[in-house]
Write a protein that binds this ligand. Structure first.
Ligand SMILES: Nc1nc2c(ncn2[C@@H]2O[C@H](COP(=O)(O)OP(=O)(O)OP(=O)(O)O)[C@@H](O)[C@H]2O)c(=O)[nH]1
Ligand SMILES: [Mg+2]
Length: 217
């Protein structure tokens, strides 16, 4: 990642068009627990990846302003790859979390294989939102997944979650550490999104950024 302005800038019309796109209605398409069960590629896909419990499903719900993705206090809620269609614009993909120690080894290996296969070889996948809990920062499992996406040339954007739990100063420190850690990852999307599903922070800008990718895959 090269030195870039800290935030992506959008005008009011882009923000409003993106809001309409995201709140205009979302529908469930498919839940896949194996690569054979993946639905055919139609629209551009945006996937939400990250460790268990970082808030992937909550962020999808907040972006579309509906409770469609299942969330939980218990890590490991999402156990399949879930596909949602946003009108004729985008497919949003909720991935099972990785890196949760308490699921059985065999189950965890099966999930990891599925996620890896999806991330590595999915036509139409234009961006992965790599979700990271602001309080915890990047963990070894995040670095593993970034390595995989670097290799597969998948564009990924770090999205910090649960920013409502942080002070402005704490966020500054986390961002500085993150910029440094991302430096070797030249293929990563240059803007880190700071979000809160709870307060809505950063959601208009993230919608606008993703909306630019809308269309057939
Ligand atoms: N404070 C705060 N809590 C959040 C936010 N987003 C999610 N949470 C909480 O974090 C927990 C996990 O949220 P999920 O959205 O289910 O997380 P996930 O990443 O989909 O989890 P898995 O499907 O298990 O991988 C829930 O208790 C949410 O209420 C946020 O922006 N702020
Ligand atoms: Mg989930």
């Amino acid at each position: 990642m090269t030195d870039a302005p800290a935030a992506e800038i959008f005008d009011a019309a882009q923000i409003e068009d993106a809001r309409r796109m995201f709140v205009g209605g979302i529908e469930f398409v498919a839940a896949a627990n194996s690569t054979d069960a993946l639905p055919p590629v139609g629209l551009t896909e945006i996937a939400f990846a990250g460790r268990s419990n970082v808030g992937k499903s909550s962020l999808i719900n907040a972006l579309v302003n509906q409770s469609i993705a299942r969330t939980s206090n218990t890590p490991g809620r999402t156990q399949e790859i879930i596909f949602f269609k946003l009108g004729t614009a985008l497919t949003l993909v909720d991935l099972p979390g990785y890196g949760y120690a308490k699921v059985s080894k065999s189950k965890s290996a099966a999930w990891n294989t599925l996620i890896r296969q999806y991330l590595r070889g999915r036509p139409g996948l234009r961006r992965v939102c790599l979700m990271v809990d602001s309080r915890h920062g990047l963990k070894p499992s995040d670095h593993d997944v970034m390595g995989l996406m670097d290799e597969a040339a998948v564009v990924y954007q770090v999205v910090l979650t649960k920013a409502d739990k942080m002070t402005a100063n704490e966020l500054k420190t986390v961002m500085a550490a993150l910029q440094e850690a991302m430096r070797p990852h030249t293929a990563a999307y240059p803007y880190v999104a700071i979000t809160s599903a709870r307060t809505g922070l950063g959601l208009p800008e993230l919608r606008a950024s993703l909306a630019m990718l809308a269309g057939p895959a």
